[in-house]
Design a binder for this molecule. Structure first.
Ligand code: DAH
Length: 331
């Protein structure tokens, strides 16, 4: 029986050499692997074989079957390369799967536009901590403890009790504290913008979120004037809203600037306020340790959500943070 298997192997190999076409090969397959082939008969009949030979014949027979099947596949591939693929489950005619490309969040897009606009005007980008000491969020900005101006910023306290250094911890209510941090560690000239997240203890509605972004700006140098503030913010407005944008300044109050203003742009028939600004208050310089009487500076702070809302006609700030793809996919 074992000899028979060996002989079969030789015959099959020999036979394969003269298979020059697919029909030849199919015939070869029937002869050596078909249901009525000698090999199949041997394997089928194995239960009647003498026990001492059963194991060996079974093993050799199965090995031969696997070997001949592989030979068949190889040969078929050589004779007709596409035939094998047709037999496989790969369908070359199915349309490809769509690759979904992600998008930047509309606020991220707006932040990038703002950064680009100010970079081209010579401003650097800095960041500061979202968890802040009350000293930087208020005191250094000329808003002392118990000053009524603190009510302008409803604060989320992390720890309202003073620590041993007399400091309290909060979630910053604006990006202005980074002004104080920068001036504390750097001498003029300074031209910097500070994008970042802010938090307020506030009921949400269409125009208020309890967390939102701001972009702060600070320029300090010798002899900067309000004309520099105006020119810079006008250029910014043109870059963001278009070259023929009109701007308007009105007096406003912020404890860290004097004079303080708010700036509006004329958009679709209306004046819309987009930022607060002013000349840095002498008290703020003093607290930061700037003593040179010739230095002056201007500062500003804006809300990128508000700018995105104006540009894209969005009527509810809460849409930005509700993770609704029907909204987000539009940008
Ligand atoms: N920090 C102010 C706010 O959150 C915005 C602001 C106004 C920033 C005037 C400034 C500024 O730097 O000069 O309401």
């Amino acid at each position: 029986m074992l000899e028979k298997l060996k002989k079969l192997e030789k015959q099959a190999n020999l036979g394969l050499k003269s298979c020059n076409s697919v029909p030849d090969l199919e015939e070869w397959k029937i002869k050596f692997l078909g249901r009525k082939s000698e090999l199949s008969l041997i394997l089928k009949d194995i239960k009647n074989i003498d026990v001492s030979l059963k194991k060996e014949v079974g093993m050799l027979g199965n090995k031969l079957r696997i070997e001949l099947e592989a030979l068949y596949n190889d040969h078929l591939e050589r004779l007709e390369p596409s035939k094998k693929e047709q037999n496989s489950s790969l369908d070359h005619f199915l349309p490809g799967r769509e690759v979904k490309v992600g998008k930047l969040h509309p606020v991220t897009q707006t932040l990038r536009e703002i950064k680009k606009a100010f970079s081209s005007l010579g401003f650097q980008v800095a960041e500061g901590p979202e968890i802040e000491w009350d000293k930087y969020n208020f005191d250094m900005l000329n808003i002392p403890e118990d000053h009524p101006a603190r009510d302008m910023w409803d604060t989320m306290w992390i720890d309202e009790k003073m620590n041993s250094n007399g400091e309290k911890m909060l979630l910053r209510t604006h990006t202005s504290p980074v002004q104080a941090r920068i001036m504390e560690s750097q001498d003029p000239p300074i031209r910097v913008i500070v994008p970042g997240k802010c938090y307020r203890y506030e009921a949400t509605d269409a125009t208020h979120e309890w967390h939102f972004y701001q972009v702060e700006g600070l320029a300090v140098d010798k002899n900067l004037t309000f004309a520099d503030l105006k020119g810079t913010l006008y250029e910014f407005a043109k870059k963001i809203f278009g070259n023929d944008t009109k701007i308007r300044f009105r007096c406003d109050y912020f404890p860290f600037v004097e004079p303080g203003v708010d700036m509006s742009i004329f958009w679709e028939g209306k004046w819309l306020e987009i930022l607060g600004a002013g000349m840095v208050h002498p008290k703020v310089f003093e607290k930061a340790g700037y003593t040179d009487p010739n230095i002056s500076g201007f500062a500003f702070g804006m809300g990128p959500e508000r700018i995105a809302m104006i540009k894209h006609n969005i009527d509810d700030i809460r849409l930005f943070y509700s993770n609704d793809l029907r909204f987000l996919n539009q940008f």
